[in-house]
Design a binder for this molecule. Structure first.
Ligand code: G3I
Length: 335
């Protein structure tokens, strides 16, 4: 890796993190990680399918490795995620072969499973995980009540959110508890997430922070909308984190390059610059910014929504700094 460029984390006034798996804690990747980042998020290894594949049978091999690595190297850890509709085993929403219904008994069963799961994970890493994405992607702005029709919601209503936050608070009173979602920079989604967070906090549910995933692309959404989102939630008095930032080089879901033109990578660099300009201006309301990956050799965007070359991060697939890096670290070096 390059040792003659400034550590990215030293160029910003908030904690800078990257989502990782075990592979990013080995060899050159590990050197890149510890040089440039102050925090990690567990990409997949704390999700329900990874930690409790069968009821009451917990596996923590990957998560223990990541948390151990972080502790040894002075990195903070964000735990991702306690309740989500995806990457959750089927048994969670079943009683034997039968799907759980919204009956009182089924609801109680599901909430008990959730409470056990949250207590087990959060207790295991008490004092070691700084922030937890307690619930992930629960909002659907196209519903009159703003709530995604996940099994969680269909069976328990809003109670799974209340239970998850309260159980997490009880298990580690020191952890920052986050409600995490995507597209919060779009006006209707912003409003739906805002209304939910406001309602929950008014009830005393311990939602400490809002997580903005910020999976954006080279053109959309406008930086001004990102700024408006951070300003809006700051007025609510809730803490904020950017939790999953990356910048797709495509403005749509179908294009694909064989080789990404240098001019596109440069535009991506300017896009990172304008986004980090917003973060720096809004740093008072923003405690951390996490990129969804370490380098372009391993990113979810190379398989979503189609398989295509899509380098969205500050370091290329040979771990070298790109214009995206300079857009964050020193925009004067772009061009
Ligand atoms: O674990 C299996 C493995 O056993 C199997 O051999 C392999 C073959 O495909 O798949 C492995 O599972 C994959 C898993 O990542 C672990 O690598 C899944 O297929 C794949 O779908 C899964 O993708 C993850 C995705 O969430 C699932 O929704 C991505 O890595 C992860 O980066 C992505 O992260 C999400 C956040 O959690 C929430 N916000 C959006 C973000 C991007 O989609």
């Amino acid at each position: 890796i390059q040792t003659d460029i400034p550590p990215l984390k030293d160029t910003v006034p908030f904690t800078l993190g990257a989502a990782v798996e075990r592979a990013q804690t080995l060899g050159e990747h590990a050197r890149l990680l510890t040089r440039h980042y102050g925090s990690i998020t567990t990409g997949n290894s704390l999700k329900w399918d990874a930690t409790e594949p069968r009821e009451g049978e917990f596996t923590f091999t990957e998560a223990d490795h990541l948390v151990g690595y972080a502790t040894e190297h002075g990195l903070k850890v964000r735990g991702h995620t306690l309740a989500w509709h995806s990457q959750t085993p089927d048994w969670v929403f079943k009683d034997g072969d039968r799907d759980l219904s919204a009956s009182a008994a089924d609801k109680a069963l599901l909430l008990r499973r959730l409470e056990d799961h949250v207590r087990t994970l959060v207790t295991r890493y008490r004092g070691k995980i700084d922030s937890w994405d307690v619930v992930n992607e629960v909002v659907d702005e196209n519903r009159p009540d703003g709530m995604r029709r996940s099994p969680w919601f269909l069976i328990t209503g809003h109670d799974f959110i209340r239970t998850a936050f309260r159980a997490a608070r009880a298990a580690d009173p020191g952890a920052t508890l986050v409600l995490n979602d995507y597209n919060t920079e779009f006006p209707r989604k912003r409003k739906a997430v805002y209304d939910l967070v406001k309602k929950l906090r008014a009830e005393g549910v311990p939602v400490d922070a809002v997580g903005h995933q910020l999976h954006v692309n080279i053109e959309q959404p406008p930086a001004a909308e990102i700024e408006k989102t951070i300003e809006t939630f700051a007025r609510l008095g809730v803490r904020q984190q950017v939790t999953e930032l990356d910048v797709s080089v495509y403005p749509d879901f179908v294009s694909s390059y064989d080789t990404v033109p240098a001019e596109v990578l440069l535009r991506q660099g300017y896009r990172y610059k304008e986004i980090f300009d917003v973060f720096r201006r809004q740093a008072a309301g923003l405690s951390s910014v996490t990129l969804w990956g370490l380098a372009d050799d391993d990113t979810w965007l190379s398989s979503f929504p189609i398989t295509r070359l899509n380098p969205p991060l500050p370091f290329d697939d040979e771990l070298q700094a790109k214009p995206a890096y300079w857009g964050i670290a020193d925009p004067a070096r772009l061009a």
